[in-house]
Design a binder for this molecule. Sequence first.
Ligand code: SF4
Ligand code: SF4
Length: 167
Amino acid sequence: MVKLSEHLRRTGVFSMEEVNRVMPPPEVLKKGPVAVVECIQEIPCDPCHASCPFGAIKEFKDINDLPEIDWEKCTGCTLCVAKCPGLAIFVVDASCDGDDALLKLPYEFYPVPEKGEEVELLNRAGEVVGKGEVRSVIEPHKDGTKVVTVHVPKDMIADVRHVRVVR
Ligand code: SF4
Ligand code: SF4
């Protein structure tokens, strides 16, 4: 059984140790877009595995297993991002030159952000930590769950976990 931190149990927000456990190492991040699977509680769930056409999320031996990702196989396609019912997966692309990275985040709220719009960047606690420009909004499975791609400073890729439209 995976032990959850006291911080997570008390606040509902990952500790930095838990964040670091799921973030790809720098040598993976510089290669291209990859999925980050922030799923650290054993629950009976596995659509992330079935939704990956590249076999990057390993087959579960038990439905309660934690997902394991092979970043060498992950293309950053975002199909798992829009399929995870817990909105626990996002894609990070920190391979571009310059100070900005791209985050591809699951989004199920209204209003839906628009391409080119400036949105607030929120951390896991729902606090505003900056602003970023929306690069695209797609709906990979045509089932209501969008994937919003937003520009984020590279030094904030471990912090930003959601966006908020302010009009
Ligand atoms: S982003 Fe695409 S390739 Fe990567 S794990 Fe998810 S579905 Fe598989
Ligand atoms: S689909 Fe999402 S919530 Fe379910 S096991 Fe995979 S990452 Fe966790």
